[in-house]
Design a protein around this ligand. Sequence first.
Ligand SMILES: Nc1nc2c(ncn2[C@@H]2O[C@H](COP(=O)(O)OP(=O)(O)OP(=O)(O)O)[C@@H](O)[C@H]2O)c(=O)[nH]1
Ligand SMILES: [Mg+2]
Length: 358
Amino acid sequence: MKKITAPTMSEAMAKVKKELGSDAVILYTKKVYHGRFFFKKEKIEVIAAEDPDPVTPTRNKIVAKAKQSPLAKVVEETVYQPVQSFDKHIPIPNIVFNFRKRLLEQGITSDEVDRLTKHLVKNWYKSDETLLETEMKNCLSEEIARRIISSRFKTQTKKKFIALVGPTGVGKTTTIAKLAAQAILDEGKTAAFITTDTYRIAAIDQLKTYAQILKVPVEVAYSSADFKEAVSRLKNVDIIFIDTAGRNFHKDCYIQELQNILPQNNDLDTYLVLAATSKYNDMARIIHQFSILPDLKLIFTKMDETLTVGDVINVLFKNPYYEVAYFSNGQNVPDDLIKANIEDLINHLLEEKNERSS
Ligand SMILES: Nc1nc2c(ncn2[C@@H]2O[C@H](COP(=O)(O)OP(=O)(O)OP(=O)(O)O)[C@@H](O)[C@H]2O)c(=O)[nH]1
Ligand SMILES: [Mg+2]
């Protein structure tokens, strides 16, 4: 890790590139002042590190593709603005301090909390210190919604294949059952399951149980040849849900296996399932690992099991190119699955714990 100081941001970036290479990761930027009184000069301080896991050619291609997506422009405008440090000389009014405390308690990273505090302080002083608490809350909600990018909350899909991937025990199989039940009951579609999770016997039984209840066919694919045969047997079905094994995805070979078995066509939606109870760093790592699969969308499960959604929001702040499709908020099939929506998420973040439990 290196601290680099330069008169302007572009000079700082040039220095970072020279000293740490073009894969360097920017961890933090802020304005600093050198000298005193008339000699005081503003400089930019950047803390950067070498990328511990540089972008591979495949990942590079996917990132390049994401940058051409319709989301790219709005991402550039909202997310990749330099992080401005919080100006310690401006007093934080109590009303703002309480929101700041709430954001920190919820686990939002300190750079994001600083950015949001700054926004609130600015609006508070702009209003001549007259804004009420509810108005400040609205102001904060709107800024968070803008930064998360509300347009990425989309529910797919009209695709024939829907695959759920992700780490162990996050709720992939249960969510598949919910999605299938909703497609059958609410939309009158026909459905089928294919599982590639041949790693645990109990996993096949679990999916077969759901298949029996929903009266849908289930096929087990041990190889990509099996998978193709299963698909041809199920050609008249409207939607084929693909369940996959949860494995320790720190090993690249498991992702490669998945990539080999999943159909390579435009009629596939792949959802990466993350549990809202996981830590931010772990979720970030999982997203990075799975990013070689094209056009991933996110599902967050176990929303009912956590009182803090800061880490989910951190994931969204830091991974702006991924659409968010569903929130799962319980074990009941099919009811505990809702279309992802930003209002619920922000309410969860800002409302007090005792209000939630009541
Ligand atoms: N509280 C809560 N529990 C959930 C939710 N979604 C799934 N679960 C539970 O989490 C456990 C694991 O769910 P599975 O669907 O088997 O998870 P999986 O990702 O398929 O697991 P593996 O196939 O072993 O990787 C089960 O007990 C589910 O009932 C949720 O949104 N909230
Ligand atoms: Mg499973």
